[in-house]
Design a protein around this ligand. Structure first.
Ligand code: NAD
Length: 422
C-alpha cells in the first residue's frame, strides 16, 4: 500500500515514481479497473536522441535529448521543452505524464508529452542554443506535428526557442505554426501566452483564498523562482494587493517583511539579471526561503524542493505548486498530516497549456485571438477545473491533489474505453 511507506522511502521515489504514486492513490479512490491502471501509467512512446553540436570555439559536443509522449487518447500530445543540466529520461517521463493529467483536468483536447535536453543553457551562446534546438527538432521530426505532438516553452526555453522549432519543422513540412506554441506574437503567437502560467497561479490563489480563510489583500506570499512563472505570479499577485515578502532564484534570495515593491524589483531584475543588490530588500540565505512564516508559499522553480524535512518546518498556511512536482511524496504526506492544503501543480500551472491551446486553435484557423478573450477564457477554464477539484475532494473525502488526479484519470480512462469499444 503506497500510503504505508516511510517518509524517507517516499522522498527517495524518482520523479516518475512520484507521479505513479499519486496516480495509484487516485486510482484507488475512483476504483479504477486494473486494465486501465496498467495502460494509463506507462508512456506510449519514449525517444532518446544524441545531438552533436559544433560550439562557437570550433569544438564538437554531443548533448542528450528526450521526448516522451505519455498519452494521446484525447488529442495530440502536448508539453514543453526544457533545457537544464538535471534533465533525465525519468524526469521527462514524469513531466510527460503530468501533462496528460493536466490537459485532462482542464479539459483540453490534448494528451501529454514533454521534452528536455541535458545542458547548461547559461553557458551556451544564442547561436549554440539555436543549433541545439534545430538539431533536436530534426531528431524528433518524425514524431511531432500539429496533430501529433506540439512542444511549448518550459525551463530555460522561450518564445525565441519556439520560433526556431517552428522554422526548422516548417522547412520540411511547409508553413506549420501549429507545430509549437509559445511563439513570438509576430510569428502567430497569441497575446497573453507569455504570462499565462503566472496569471493562472494568481487566478487560482485568488479563488482559493476564501476557502482557506485567507484574504488575498492582506496575504503574505513567498515565491521561489523569478523566471517566467514566478515573476509573473509575483507581479499579478502584487496587483491584487498581496504582500510578496520574499523571493528567491538561482542567484540568491531577498526579503522585506513590509512587502517587496515588485514593479521596481522587475526593473532591477531586467537590468541586472539577478535579485541581488536590490535596494528595497535584505538578502537571505536561499535555504531559509521556504521556511519563512507566510500565508502562501509558491515554489515556482525546480521539482522536489519541499521534501519531508522542509515540510515539517515550513510555516505557510497554503502551498501553491506553480512549478512541476515541487513537493516530494514525503513532503506531500507531511503537509497532509499537518492539514496544510496544497494546490496541486496539474491545476495551478495549467494556465500555460490552456493559452497554448488558444494559440494552437489560432494557428489552425488563421484567426487571431484578442487578449481580453484569452484572459477571460483562461479564467473560466481554470475556475471551472478548480470547482471540479473541490467537488471531487468533497465527494471522495480526499485532498486536492488526489481529487485533481481523480477527475483527470477518469476523463482519460473514459475516453480510452470509448475509443477501444467503438
Ligand atoms: P524559467 O527558466 O523562466 O525560470 C526558472 C526559475 O527558477 C529562475 O528564476 C531560476 O533562477 C530559478 N531557479 C533555478 N534553479 C534554482 C535553484 N536551485 N533555487 C532557486 N531557484 C532556482 O522557468 P519557468 O518557465 O518559470 O518554469 C518554472 C517552473 O514552472 C518549472 O517547474 C516548469 O516546469 C513550470 N511550468 C512552467 C510553465 C511555463 O509556461 N513556463 C508552465 C507550466 C509549468
Amino acid at each position: 500500500m503506497p500510503n504505508k511507506r516511510s517518509l524517507s522511502a517516499l522522498d527517495a521515489l524518482t520523479a516518475a515514481q512520484t507521479v505513479e504514486y499519486y496516480f495509484d492513490r487516485a486510482a484507488e479512490v475512483i476504483d479504477l479497473p486494473d486494465a486501465d491502471r496498467i495502460i494509463l501509467k506507462r508512456p506510449i512512446r519514449e525517444l532518446s536522441v544524441e545531438l552533436p553540436i559544433k560550439l562557437d570555439n570550433g569544438q564538437w559536443r554531443v548533448y542528450h535529448g528526450y521526448r516522451v509522449q505519455h498519452d494521446n487518447t484525447r488529442g495530440p500530445c502536448k508539453g514543453g521543452l526544457r533545457f537544464h543540466p538535471s534533465v533525465s529520461e525519468d524526469e521527462v517521463r514524469a513531466l510527460a505524464s503530468l501533462m496528460t493529467w493536466k490537459t485532462a483536468l482542464v479539459d483540453l483536447p490534448f494528451g501529454g508529452a514533454k521534452g528536455g535536453i541535458a545542458c547548461e543553457p547559461q553557458r551556451l551562446s544564442d547561436d549554440e542554443k539555436q543549433r541545439l534546438t534545430r538539431a533536436f527538432v530534426r531528431a524528433i521530426d518524425d514524431i511531432i506535428g500539429p496533430q501529433r505532438d506540439i512542444p511549448a516553452p518550459d525551463m530555460n526555453t522561450n518564445a525565441q526557442t519556439m520560433a526556431w522549432i517552428m522554422d526548422e519543422y516548417s522547412s520540411r513540412h511547409g508553413y506549420s505554426p501549429a507545430v509549437v506554441t509559445g511563439k513570438p506574437i509576430g510569428l502567430m503567437g497569441v497575446e497573453g501566452r507569455e504570462d499565462a502560467t503566472g496569471r493562472g497561479v494568481q487566478i487560482l490563489v485568488e479563488a482559493a483564498c476564501p476557502h482557506f480563510d485567507l484574504d488575498i489583500k492582506n496575504a503574505t506570499v513567498v515565491i521561489q523562482g523569478f523566471g517566467n512563472v514566478g515573476s509573473n505570479a509575483a507581479r499579478l499577485l502584487h496587483q491584487c494587493g498581496a504582500k510578496i515578502i520574499a523571493v528567491g532564484d538561482a542567484t540568491g534570495a531577498i526579503e522585506n517583511e513590509d512587502g517587496l515593491n515588485i514593479p521596481t524589483l522587475l526593473e532591477h531584475y531586467k537590468t541586472h539579471r539577478s535579485l541581488k543588490k536590490f535596494a528595497g530588500a535584505g538578502e537571505l540565505d536561499s535555504r531559509e526561503l521556504l521556511k519563512i512564516p507566510c500565508d502562501i508559499l509558491i515554489p515556482a522553480a525546480l521539482g522536489g524542493v519541499i521534501d519531508a524535512d522542509i515540510a515539517e518546518v515550513l510555516q505557510a498556511k497554503m502551498v501553491v505548486e506553480a512549478a512541476n512536482s515541487p513537493v516530494t511524496a514525503g513532503g506531500d504526506k507531511v503537509l497532509r498530516g499537518r492539514k496544510i492544503p496544497i494546490l496541486p501543480d496539474i491545476l495551478v500551472n495549467a494556465g500555460g497549456v490552456i493559452v497554448s491551446y488558444f494559440e494552437w486553435t489560432q494557428n489552425l484557423t488563421a484567426f487571431r485571438w484578442k487578449v481580453d478573450a484569452v484572459h477571460h477564457e483562461l479564467r473560466e477554464t481554470l475556475i471551472h477545473a478548480y470547482d471540479e477539484v473541490l467537488r471531487a475532494s468533497d465527494e471522495h473525502k480526499t485532498d486536492l491533489r488526489t481529487a485533481a488526479y481523480a477527475v483527470a484519470i477518469d476523463r482519460v480512462a473514459t475516453a480510452k474505453r470509448m475509443r477501444w469499444l467503438s
